[in-house]
Design a protein around this ligand. Structure first.
Ligand code: SAH
Length: 262
C-alpha cells in the first residue's frame, strides 16, 4: 500500500470525494478556464501547478485541468502509441491514428475557439503576449509530445499551432505545458493576490523589472538604496523606471530596441 496517488489528474481518487467528482468522470465547471492536456504522463499533472497560488486557484475552481491519457488510445493489447520513423532514423514517432482520436475527444469537450496547440521546439516562441492572449480565451488544448514527436499528418489535419518554450530540446512537452499554463493562469482574475503586480512586472511593459528589496535594511554590509528608503514615492518611481531601462538595455538589447522603437 502506498500513499502516492498514481495520477493527479481526472483519475485521481481521494478519501474526500466532492459530490461533483462522483457525478461525472471528467468534472467540468461550465464557463471556467480549462486546460486540457493530452499526454502519456497524466501523473505529471497538476505537478507544480498544484502548489501555491495556481494550486489554490485550482482548488477554488477558478480554473480547471483535465488530462487525456494518450495510452488509453493505444493500439493492440499492448496499447502501442508509437512506431519507428517512416524513411528511417533514430527514435520513435507518436502515431497519427493514436493522437488523432485523443484530439477528437479533447475538441468534443471544449468550447468552440479553444486554441489547439502542440508543444514543440519548432514552434512559435511562447511569450508574455501569448500568455495574455490565452488567459483571455476559454482555455487551451495542449498536446504533449514524447520521443521524436508526432506524425506530421495529425498536425496538418487539425491545423495545430506549434508553440515552443525556448530554443532547447526537452524530453517531453509536459514541463513546457506546465510553464505555459502557469504564466497564463496567473493573469486570470483572482489568481494573484495583487493584480497590479502583473502590470508592472518584467515583460508586461516591454522592460525587465527593477531590483526588489525587503527587510532587513542592512544585510552583509549591503544597504537598500537610500532613495528606496526615502519614502518619496515620486523619486522611488523615477529610480525604478531608470533601473528598469538600464537593466533592459544591458541584458536584453533585443527587447530594448523593440521598446525604443514603439
Ligand atoms: N525531434 C524533435 C524533438 C522531440 S523532443 C525535434 O527535433 O524537433 C520530444 C517532445 O518534447 C516534443 O514532441 C515536444 O512535445 C517536447 N518539447 C521538446 N522541446 C520543447 C520545447 N522547447 N518547447 C516545447 N516542447 C518541447
Amino acid at each position: 500500500m502506498t500513499n502516492t496517488p498514481k495520477s493527479y489528474g481526472r483519475k485521481s481518487i481521494s478519501a474526500t470525494l466532492q459530490p461533483r467528482d462522483l457525478m461525472t468522470p471528467t468534472p467540468r465547471l461550465a464557463g471556467v478556464w480549462t486546460a486540457q492536456i493530452i499526454t502519456l504522463f497524466p501523473g505529471a499533472f497538476p505537478g507544480v501547478l498544484g502548489t501555491s497560488l495556481t494550486g489554490r486557484a485550482l482548488d477554488q475552481g477558478k480554473w480547471q485541468l483535465e488530462t487525456i491519457d494518450l495510452r488509453d488510445f493505444g493500439l493492440t493489447k499492448h496499447k502501442n502509441v508509437d512506431d519507428t520513423p517512416a524513411g528511417g532514423g533514430a527514435g520513435m514517432v507518436l502515431r497519427a491514428d493514436v493522437v488523432g482520436p485523443a484530439i477528437e475527444q479533447a475538441i468534443a469537450k471544449s468550447p468552440p475557439n479553444t486554441p489547439l496547440l502542440y508543444l514543440s521546439p519548432r514552434g512559435t516562441p511562447f511569450t508574455q503576449e501569448t500568455a495574455r492572449r490565452w488567459s483571455q480565451g476559454p482555455g487551451v488544448i495542449l498536446l504533449c509530445g514524447r520521443f521524436e514527436g508526432v506524425d506530421q499528418r495529425v498536425l496538418d489535419h487539425y491545423n495545430i499551432q506549434e508553440v515552443s518554450l525556448g530554443d532547447f530540446v526537452l524530453t517531453g512537452g509536459e514541463i513546457a505545458a506546465q510553464a505555459m499554463i502557469d504564466a497564463t493562469i496567473r493573469l486570470r482574475p483572482g489568481v494573484l493576490g495583487n493584480a497590479a503586480s502583473t502590470l508592472e512586472e518584467s515583460h508586461s511593459n516591454g522592460l525587465l523589472e527593477h531590483p526588489q528589496y525587503t527587510r532587513p535594511p542592512i544585510w552583509q554590509g549591503r544597504h537598500i538604496p537610500d532613495v528606496i528608503m526615502s519614502g518619496h514615492h515620486e523619486n522611488i518611481e523615477k529610480w525604478r523606471t531608470e533601473q528598469s531601462k538600464s537593466l533592459t538595455q544591458q541584458r536584453r538589447p533585443d527587447l530594448w530596441e523593440k521598446y525604443t522603437k514603439r
